[in-house]
Design a protein around this ligand. Sequence first.
Ligand code: XIL
Length: 304
Amino acid sequence: ATTLGASAAEKGRYFGAAVAANHLGESAYTTVLNREFNSVTPENEMKWETIQSSRGSFDYGPADQIVNHATSRGMKVRGHTLVWHSQLPGWVSGLPTATDVRNAMNSHINNVMGHYKGKIHSWDVVNEAFEDGSSGARRNSVFQQRIGNSFIEEAFKTARAADPNAKLCYNDYNIDDMNHAKTRAVYNMVRDFKSRGIPIDCVGLQSHFNSQSPVPSNYQQNIQQFAALGVDVQITELDIEGSGTAQANSYRNVVTACLAVSRCTGITVWGIPDHYSWRSGGTPLLFDRNYNKKPAYDAVLAAL
Ligand code: XIL
């Protein structure tokens, strides 16, 4: 096939992009989005600070724009994200007791997943709950502080009941190298969840790569080790800093690794043209600022 989405579909996968609602009025942007991708992730519109910036009042306007754009064109939607320490409104981080935080977390999950019930193929239920570095420890967040380690499994149980047909993912960055302490910690958590029957269906590897943190040589083995636990793997926020042949080769390696593991079910790039990347001034995506296909695009299409 001649587009990313159609080629991925031939392999039983999806190929998605992070999308921002405020770009949907730009015809060059939607032309490429509609032509190339068969899945979308709202880049910011489903985050807690956008949907429930004050307690009990829910704003689905921006996220609905993206979901409607996608579903009316037969694209899948990834939900991103329900429980995360960042882009979290102050009213949540200020809640004093475990009961308050638990109630707020569960009601947020129920409300958001209820609103989109049946429309989301996979949800990032919990995002970035582990620390960087060699400790393998949980990140300090209001959820961790007030509820303790059990907040993650509680979130997944609530999520399963809220939309039983959505795949429930744990999503994080720097879990791409199988020998990294953070990767081991997430691996151990998923293994524990599977052994105790806590509902989890997928692990999201964000896969933000740059020269400090290149695509690891054991990336495919890492995908394979998660898959062997009985979960799908999705590459959820792929971007690779660089240009030209080097960038193209890195992108090809990622696609090849995913396709080699049957449980690696889809890839999402974290934006469409370089100038809309969250890496401001960077060029980590598949299209340049004029929406021309870069060598990285050609490498991905050839690998799919
Ligand atoms: C980023 C968005 O791309 C930016 O627009 C926003 O300002 C900050 O968040 N990990 C995640 C994503 O899970 O939600 C982040 O997205 C990038 C890192």
